[in-house]
Design a protein around this ligand. Sequence first.
Ligand code: PMP
Length: 421
Amino acid sequence: MNSETWRSRAEAVIPGGVSSNVRLSAPRTCFTRGSGARLFDVDGREYVDYLLGQGPAFLGHGHPEVTAAVAEATSRGMVFGAQHTLEIEAAEALVEAIGWAEQVRFGVSGTESDQGALRLARAATGRRRVLRFSGTYHGWLDNVLIDFQAGPTSPASEGQSEASLSEWIVVPFNDRTAVENAFAEHGEHIAAVIVEPVMCNNGVIRAAPGFLELLRSLCTRNGSLLIFDEVITGFRLARGGAAEFFGVTPDLAVYGKAVAGGWPVSAMAGSKELMDLIASGRVNHSGTFNASTMAAAAVLATQKVLREQPPYDGIAAHSATLTTGLAEIAERHGLPLAIQGVNAAFHLGIPKDPASASPATCYEELAGLDLARYARLSHRFAEEGLWVAGRGVWYISAAHNASDAEKALEAFEAVVSKDAA
Ligand code: PMP
């Protein structure tokens, strides 16, 4: 049975044939398995994967140590309605890796751990407003989902309850003056600032030098909490995430994706003092599947691999090879290409005006990129065996090697040479 047939079966029983709206615009390949940095589909085709399932497969697909640990743990049952030994060891491993936090609470998705952090910040400060940045993503729930094209607090979905969207204060990323003005005007009402230290959901835009430090000092001065949404950056930029990478310590942070090598796990982290609000029952955070044996074993094994075989230097080298190669191919074929990001995640954009192709510093500046053209190209990359996101981000895993880069560059050139012609 080929992808086409599987696709019609999928569309019959799953809305749009996919289980997350993010996948609606992806090529409708039907995969059978992933191994390391490669994916295999029902049509017998092999792909080099720079999407990593939108980031989680940071150790590569089916990492043997993590897979074995999960299999062993689940053979003993999954959830017991109380704590188990692996869960405690996993929490200790995370506290050690994160460095600045004293306690963690496990969840199942970034979306819900973001909710936990926002609730905790409001409870701790007794305030309602939260400052965030246009273009960021903090999950798909009613109180966080915004269509930034339509307006700073516009809902992004039909059926969305809009009641709490007015609690947001939204300013452009990296805009120091806008942040200072927001604090000057609303400081006493701001419970928290929530930020992706590298904004990966639109472009891959790094916080400018000094920007996170500014957020840190404004939060401290105004009695607001600083929340790092490290769902993408956590364990990926460095073992201690963006906090380690940038040398700035938040009050709370949220992790997901890479935390468990591809298994569905999230966590929020903070000081014991803040987490005591949960311990005392004043703040509710719950979940039947939180810290299942599977989740805990995946965290523990992933963290062991990251600690004992840190992939960060290898990823930086791989990233340099790829970005140099991509830039060189684009130039040879007359394709304007803006590349920006950090080692383990970078973004490719096609500037509408090649003459003014400076890196974007915020969501608003991404309007200078021809995002639709890149999305079209990404479907053609898939036809050549290169699996990447349509929105321009490339994720590099610990499993990528020289032959993966070579295959990716060949596929990129095959498409770009025809596109430019
Ligand atoms: N925060 C950020 C920064 C994310 O990138 C994502 C997912 N892309 C989320 C939160 C939500 O995580 P999840 O999809 O696991 O709910």
